[in-house]
Ligand binder design. Structure first.
Ligand SMILES: [Zn+2]
Length: 734
């Protein structure tokens, strides 16, 4: 090679884009052998006209989250059972506060006084047929778990079950869905006055007693069938990650599809000095179940299920217990006695802020809950550990003099498990400030395994894909590459896999597919984004990663399980800390907000089409015209596309465009959904019969499902007006 060629090549090298330097981002821990894909982060960032400074800051940030430190956080946070309101929960709040402050956040503990209960005495006794006995619930025991015998572990119970004492014959109602109760009727089996036994899965657990009560049941038992998360899936704990015979799923049965949060204060915050006159009496609350409910392990459920006579159950109702399921009623008869002490309890959110340098009144909020039913290693503290490492990264950036343009707010929620209480009360308290918030980023179960996934409003879906492209995966390539590969594999195996028994966000299918790109699910409920999106209209997203996980809400969701099955090297903890932190910091400093209203419009076009088809099936010739709604959706898509083109162009002052982008989501807010005025979003709500899964354009779809033509017409008008408002807002940005 001649000297002049070398000079020529060197000057060529100088012209290469700067961003290649980011290839040296630190490798994630573990699984080194399998790093086949290279990691090449993008050198352009949508919303940044000159991304150089942001790319430098991101590089500094991405280098900080540390698997070993995440492990230490998780160990400390899960050292003891820490149900909301307990002394142990308070200690976790103080740990988080200290880490927020150490990173340089302006942090404090925010108290609320909320209505909730703790179990005094729960009994499930099999009293017939003669000669068979079962006195439950049995303690959760496996051969060799180091955490199972802690005296602070609460007996398994369902939060917000009323206290009660019932003795009755048992009827099996499969998953307790509307169709399951209909099927029982067809079979001539009446659940009136009976104790209904249902299995976990398919819908939110609070929906099961909601429907059972409508059919006149006297009590409900919810058990974990080995089909759904036990030995039918794989080896049970401690040999494998699946639910052992004694493992019980605790959980709230609040009607969170009516309203979440403190049952005595819908719409207002349960601040400690709230006068009693502002609260509604608990017996007047419309989000609390009316009949006693309790959870059970499949070990304890076996003798009940085995002693049901009556018709053979439909074959799809058969679980994995080793006998043919019948529906009853009887001869199995149960004495169910539930005593729960309800009172006002103090809970502790931890809030940490980094004030924005240019737009301090615009918040980018991120949250994770901290309270757990027992130890909560996966749910939720895999998220807390990752959050703390994200905060650690922000802290290191602050030391370099970096400041976000907008204010970053990190939140550690309490009492999520009881009913999304800490986040709901905070959102209600700060409704005014949150009217200017740019986005809410949630993370609950950060790591149940290696497979990344997300749910979001459509405007944030492209943003999440972009963020995932900038973070390396422990498996090689980017998080985006692995996400794509996992979804492609899932697509090939479609039909083989059962629906998940948990509320995992990493698992959700979107209602409408409008892109060839990686699928991002829709937001229903089941975690803390609910109040932000569905009450206040803050664009929201939820991230997580899943894997074989059968110990959800049991005493076995602990550090021993996590370090053996969840994330032995804590490499996925590091990954999630990076994604979560990057999500927040990139949004906070964007020149032009990276919200994509073209994708939003496209999805709404599809929602309207699907609802129209459904209405034609339900009402035939009488079906109302969907033309105006379809026109509004097309208008939104068009306006979204026009604004998107502007977002990509350099401009002088983007203030007006940003204002438009910030306000558009709020245009979807309406006075409230029929019978549930707390839910104010015209496009997304938790389903009344699904609870976790989203119902899209809920006013219209639920009116059709209820066969109510007049309500369908009325809701269609409300929806059309909301979509037109959003389109009009966007048109002002053009
Ligand atoms: Zn959780």
């Amino acid at each position: 090679m001649s000297r002049s060629t070398v000079v020529f090549l060197s000057s060529l090298l100088l012209l290469l884009p700067l961003a290649h330097t980011q290839q040296s981002a630190p490798p994630a821990g573990g699984e080194d052998a399998s790093k086949s894909l290279p990691f090449t982060p993008p050198d352009k960032i949508f919303g940044y006209h000159d991304p150089a400074a942001e790319l430098r800051a991101e590089k500094v940030f991405l280098a900080v989250p540390d698997p070993e430190l995440a492990k230490k956080h998780l160990q400390v946070l899960t050292a003891a059972p820490h149900v909301a309101g307990s002394a142990e929960d308070r200690r976790t709040a103080e740990y988080v506060l200290q880490k927020y402050q150490a990173a340089g956040l302006d942090a404090h503990i925010q108290e609320y006084k909320v209505w909730m209960g703790l179990p005094l005495d729960v009994r499930v006794d099999l009293v017939a047929p003669a000669g068979v006995t079962m006195h439950g619930p049995s303690p959760e025991r496996v051969e060799d778990d180091p955490f199972q015998k802690d005296g602070r572990i609460l007996p398994a119970f369902n939060e917000f079950s009323p206290s009660g004492d019932v003795t009755a014959d048992v009827v099996y109602a499969n998953y307790g869905r509307p169709d399951d109760f209909k099927k029982l009727k067809e079979l001539g089996v009446d659940v009136k006055g009976k104790i209904v036994i249902v299995r976990y899965g398919e819908n939110f657990r609070g929906v099961k007693p909601f429907l059972a009560a409508q059919y006149g049941a006297a009590g409900v038992i919810i058990y974990s069938d080995p089909w759904d998360d036990g030995y039918f899936k794989g080896d049970p704990y401690t040999k494998g990650p699946w639910r052992p015979a004694s493992g019980v799923q605790r959980g709230s049965v609040q009607y969170l599809f009516r309203y979440p949060g403190d049952p005595t204060t819908p719409d207002i915050a349960s601040v400690p000095d709230l006068p009693a006159s502002k609260r509604i009496p608990p017996d007047k609350a419309t989000d609390l179940p009316k009949i006693p409910v309790t959870p059970l392990s499949y070990g304890d459920a076996t003798p009940i299920m085995k002693n049901l006579g009556g018709p053979e159950s439909p074959r799809s109702w058969q679980g994995a217990l080793p006998f043919t399921y019948h529906v009853g009623p009887g001869p199995a008869k149960i004495h169910l006695s539930v005593k729960i002490a309800y009172q006002f309890v103090t809970i502790w959110d931890v809030i940490g802020m980094v004030k924005g340098s240019e737009l301090p009144n615009e918040w980018v909020v991120t949250g994770n809950h901290r309270d757990a039913w027992v130890y909560g290693a996966v749910d939720p503290n895999s998220g807390t550990a990752a959050q703390l490492e994200a905060v650690h990264g922000i802290g290191e950036l602050l030391k370099t003099g970096w400041r976000p343009k907008r204010t970053l707010v990190f939140c550690s929620w309490d009492a999520e498990e009881e009913g999304l209480i800490g986040s709901t009360e905070f959102a209600e308290q700060h409704a005014k400030e949150l009217a200017r918030a740019v986005a809410y980023f949630n993370m609950d179960v950060a790591v149940a395994g290696p497979d990344f996934g997300a749910s979001a409003v459509p405007s944030l879906k492209p943003y999440l894909r972009d963020v995932a492209k900038s973070v390396p995966s422990p498996k090689g390539g980017s998080v985006y590459d692995q996400w794509k590969a996992t979804l492609e594999k899932k697509e090939q195996e479609k039909g083989k896999e059962q629906a998940s028994a948990t509320s995992g966000t990493a698992d959700r299918e979107p209602s409408a597919v409008v892109t060839e790109d990686v699928k991002v699910g829709d937001l229903g409920s089941g975690s803390d984004y609910t109040a932000f999106l569905q009450h206040l209209g803050v664009p929201s997203a939820d991230i997580g990663s899943k894997g074989p996980y059968g110990v959800y809400h049991s005493a076995f969701d602990n550090f021993a399980w996590f370090s053996k099955f969840g994330d032995p090297t804590f490499a996925y903890e590091q990954e999630m800390a990076r994604v979560y932190g990057l999500e927040a910091m990139r949004m906070a400093s964007a020149d032009v907000l990276p919200l994509n209203y073209e994708e939003y419009g496209k999805e709404i076009v599809e929602y309207v089409k699907a609802a129209e088809t459904k209405a034609k099936t339900a009402f035939g010739d009488k079906a109302p015209s969907f033309a105006d709604a379809a026109k509004a959706a097309a208008r939104l898509q068009k306006a979204g596309a026009a604004v998107l083109a502007m977002q990509g162009k350099p401009m002088g002052d983007p203030a007006v465009l940003n204002l438009v982008l910030r306000n558009t989501e709020r245009m979807f807010l309406i006075d409230g959904l029929p019978d549930r005025p707390w839910f104010k979003h015209a496009i997304y709500a938790p389903g009344e019969h699904t609870g976790y899964a989203a119902v899209v354009i809920p006013g219209v779809n639920e009116a059709i499902e209820n066969n109510n033509l007049e309500l369908t017409r009325q809701q269609l008008q409300i929806l059309t007006a909301a979509i037109n408002r959003a389109a009009e807002a966007l048109e002002m940005g053009k």
